[in-house]
Design a protein around this ligand. Structure first.
Ligand SMILES: C=CC1=C(C)c2cc3[nH]c(cc4nc(cc5[nH]c(cc1n2)c(C)c5CCC(=O)O)C(CCC(=O)O)=C4C)c(C)c3C=C
Ligand code: FE2
Ligand code: FE2
Length: 333
């Protein structure tokens, strides 16, 4: 059949980008934190202990003690608009939507809690998206973050009769656009400080050490990010791993121990960045900007500045536009 000349143009495929972050409680109270931790820590990609062993410990010990303590920590960083992780991720999606224009629909979701990945995928599909790029916002690949975000998306697709076509964003730990965004952000924030730093510490979220021996790329990708930062910055750059959980050995060196060693070695003025986090959250704002700062100053440090994550900054939007446009090649041109 030939298409008559007055046939309406075939509609351009509706392409979507779903930014995915880790997830956060709905409110900074023990009940909401408990619900969030129960979902998060029951994920077998996060805690790789057989459920018959792990669930009694989780239900009997962790979920009876940790929610109250964590809720107190969340209260110290909560904003009028909600949890920082959600606020920054939403702002990033909104700014990226403006940057990418009408050809792409940009949405955001959380792996745990709200907005749920399944709900946002359904909404994108209902809006006509038949090609979707899943973009877990983790520069360094980890099964506990990147893989589980994609798992949740594929589980949602499993229930769809008519699935959209899917692509996933690879890790971008050594992408020149990511390093350039971090360097621009560090230089801008350091120029605005009222002290001159002796060194910079890049603190990454920790992982159990066994994941490194099993061949997971997270540690090596974090080390490469730091090497590239070192080559681009004029400050001495150190690295460490934060947010230990449980009794197993985690990646070393640990952040607070590293800060203590740096003071012993004469560093008095430090800037700390958390390049493994795309958005500020409990782990950066409470653990680093508040608690790690106290440790550094108590050990004899004089000046400590935590520099924010890329969040929804202009540097971040330039980076994400570049990353997403590359992955969308052939879908939008
Ligand atoms: C086994 C435990 C954990 C692993 C493995 C883990 C890996 C991991 N996490 C992030 C990013 C974030 N984690 C956040 C909070 C958080 N992480 C754990 C445990 C593990 N993380 C817990 C128990 C918590 C909750 C808070 C607490 O009770 O201490 C967050 C912040 C969430 C927020 O609401 O602000 C982020 C982000 C990465 C990148 C990662 C592996 C590379
Ligand atoms: Fe974590
Ligand atoms: Fe923490």
């Amino acid at each position: 059949m030939t298409i008559p000349p007055d046939h309406p143009a075939i509609p351009t495929p509706k392409v979507g980008v779903l930014l995915i972050n880790l997830g956060t409680p709905d409110a900074p109270d023990a009940k909401s934190v408990r619900r969030y931790l129960a979902e998060f820590l029951s994920d077998r990609r996060v805690v790789e202990i057989p459920p018959l062993v792990w669930q009694p410990i989780l239900r009997g010990v962790i979920l009876t003690t940790r929610p109250k303590k964590s809720a107190h920590a969340y209260q110290q960083v909560w904003t009028d608009d909600g949890s920082p992780l959600a606020v920054h991720t939403r702002a990033t999606a909104q700014a990226l939507q403006v940057a990418m224009g009408d050809m792409v629909r940009v949405d955001w979701a959380m792996r745990y809690g709200n907005p749920a990945i399944a709900d946002r995928l359904a909404a994108m599909k209902a809006a006509g998206c038949n090609r979707i790029l899943l973009a877990p916002l983790y520069p360094q690949y980890s099964a506990a973050t990147t893989a589980t975000a994609n798992d949740a998306a594929f589980a949602a697709l499993k229930a769809m009769r008519w699935q959209p076509a899917i692509r996933t964003l690879p890790p971008y730990h050594d992408d020149p656009a990511y390093i350039a965004a971090l360097v621009a952000s560090v230089e801008r924030h350091v120029a605005a400080l009222d002290f001159t730093p002796d060194a910079l510490l890049a603190s990454f979220h920790g992982m159990p050490e066994r994941t490194l021996h099993l061949g997971d790329p997270y540690h090596c990708q974090s080390v490469k990010t730091v090497r590239l930062l070192r080559e681009a910055l004029s400050l001495p750059v150190h690295m460490s791993f934060q947010s230990r959980f449980g009794r197993a050995r985690w990646l070393e060196p640990e952040t607070e121990a590293t800060l203590t060693d740096l003071v012993k070695n004469g560093v008095r003025n430090i800037v700390v960045i958390t390049p493994g986090f795309s958005a500020d959250c409990l782990e950066t704002l409470e653990e680093i900007a508040l608690r790690a700062k106290d440790v550094f100053l108590a050990q004899g440090g004089e000046n400590f500045a935590y520099l924010p994550c890329l969040n929804a900054s202009a540097d971040a939007i330039i980076l994400y536009q570049r990353l997403m446009s590359r992955e969308l090649s052939g879908w939008i041109d």
